[in-house]
Design a protein around this ligand. Structure first.
Ligand code: BG6
Length: 490
């Protein structure tokens, strides 16, 4: 039997908007994540804006758009959980020390674009922002923890959203290129692994979720935005290799494992089409450097005409990623008729699987799905693979003596590590695993603190109350043992 390689990268993952806070500090500009309110499992988070007549308004994070002439804005009478998040901005030394105590080999984090270019358009970067991340990388180096850096985790500078309309606008590529070039140059020698765009395909998943309710304009815009990101990502890969041949750059895909609801050939075809559309469309372009054959069918069916230049085509070919990274949380079933009971998931929705158990937030727990995903990816591309998000969002209880018994989380992660081990034995070149939210953070979908993923508990609630104290959960000690034994003691 094969083992996890001796250099296997065990660790955890975060994103700046969900942990960092300090949104008005260090010369940072606001981002689009700073204008999203808190929500719950049943109440949508909302974007806040001021309309063209100066009136305040909001629309749900999933579904809805900014009215013409309106600008995103922060309201005094709203609570925005990401503004302070878990204050990693101040706590990072303590937190990294705790990651080191667990034996982390890698820490996945993202850089906040507007900490480097506050509006996105400045001539020169914000030195204080650059120094902030430099000190994080130095701190990680102290403990031999390899940073894995996401350049874009959903944080467009708010100025670019308001003035340019975000990624619909081709000019975004230019501004992003500049930002990417700055960080790639600045951190040479401190970082080796980079990811360009987090879950680049998740807006297609979102389309799939909302298809019947969205206007054609939004469908067109989703695919055009993704195209602009493909080009920016390819530029980044090329620049990275030129700056430092040691740099390894990956794509990051939200991997949706789909099962046909029945063995009816129509359901199997429905599964194939869904896989192509929501999962492979982005990975295929970023790994191979060109649009796959089925893309034409998808675009035609969606009545989308892409604006692609000859130069874009050449640029995509020159910017293939070195490795494939992905998030995996749950799976769903697909049928041609869509008649089954709906299941929730990370941006995906499908039919419920009677063979699986569901979390409190309705996400299926399916470790075999991870083994399948790893095999599908490696069979398709034959490049190294890393799982950069996986975990269980759950409510944790702090006992009177301060302990937290999160055996449900241990069980979830244990079963997924077993699945990775099987995949390694299937022959997959898997080089690392970073669990999502290794320290509790703000949930992206609901804005809650109560949906916790961490090995480290953070004393903060959904309304922003709490001391921000960090507490080791049972899973902290368990994961430490897992890392120490290189995945043999589960
Ligand atoms: C992924 C994102 O979609 O899922 C993360 O990359 C997110 O940012 C994670 O936090 C888990 O989702 P949620 O909604 O439970 O925070």
């Amino acid at each position: 039997m094969k083992r996890f390689s001796d250099s296997f990268l065990w660790g955890g993952a975060t994103s700046s908007s969900q942990i960092e806070g300090g949104c008005y500090e260090g010369g940072r500009g606001l981002t689009i994540q700073d204008v999203v309110t808190a929500g719950t499992n049943n109440q949508a988070r909302c974007f806040t804006y001021v309309d063209k007549d100066g009136k305040q308004g909001k629309y749900p994070q999933f579904g809805g758009t900014l009215p013409a002439g309106a600008k995103y804005a922060v309201f005094d009478n709203e609570y925005y959980p990401n503004h302070r998040a878990i204050d990693f901005y101040r706590y990072y030394k303590k937190d990294i020390k705790m990651f080191a105590e667990m034996g982390f080999k890698v820490f996945r984090m993202s850089i906040c674009w507007s900490r480097i270019y506050p509006k996105g358009i400045e001539e020169k970067p914000n030195r204080e922002g650059l120094e902030f991340y430099r000190s994080i990388f130095m701190e990680l180096k102290k403990y031999n923890i390899e940073p894995l850096v996401t350049i874009w985790h959903g944080e467009n500078p708010l100025y670019l959203e308001n003035e340019l309309g975000g990624w619909d606008n081709r000019q975004m590529i230019e501004y992003f290129d500049k930002y990417a070039l700055t960080v790639l140059t600045e951190y040479k020698g401190l970082v080796k692994y980079w990811l360009t765009f987090n879950e680049l395909n998740n807006t297609i998943m979102f389309l799939d979720l909302m298809e019947k309710e969205l206007a054609q304009k939004e469908v067109q815009s989703t695919y055009q935005q993704i195209h602009h990101k493909f080009v920016a990502s390819a530029h980044t890969v090329k620049a990275a290799h030129e700056i430092d041949p040691e740099y390894q750059v990956g794509c990051m895909i939200a991997y949706a494992v789909n099962y046909p609801s029945t063995c009816s050939p129509a359901d199997v075809i429905a599964k194939l089409e869904k896989d192509q559309k929501i999962t492979h469309y982005c990975g295929d372009v970023q790994v191979r450097g060109y649009y796959p054959g089925y893309a034409q069918r998808i675009l035609q069916e969606a009545k989308v005409v892409l604006n692609i230049t000859e130069q874009d085509i050449a640029d995509l070919r020159a910017g293939n990623v070195d490795f494939y990274s992905f998030s995996y949380y749950s799976s769903a079933c697909v049928s041609a008729n869509e008649i089954g009971e709906k299941a929730k998931g990370n941006f995906t929705i499908g039919e419920k699987n009677p063979y699986l158990i569901y979390s409190e937030w309705g996400w299926a727990m399916d470790p075999d799905g991870l083994r399948l995903a790893l095999n599908e990816i490696y069979d398709r591309y034959q490049i190294p693979v890393i799982v950069v998000e996986n975990g269980l969002g759950a409510v944790d209880k702090v006992e009177e003596d301060g302990s937290i018994h999160d055996d449900y989380r241990i069980e979830y992660i244990r079963s997924h590590i077993k699945a990775m081990y099987q995949a390694v034995n299937d022959g997959v070149d898997l080089f690392g695993y970073t669990t999502w939210g290794c320290i509790d953070e703000i949930s992206a979908s609901t804005g809650e603190m109560k949906k916790r993923y961490g090995f480290i508990y953070v004393d903060r609630d959904n309304e922003g109350n709490g001391t921000l104290a960090r507490i080791r959960k049972d899973s902290f000690y368990w994961y430490k043992k897992v890392i120490k034994s290189n995945g043999t003691e589960l």
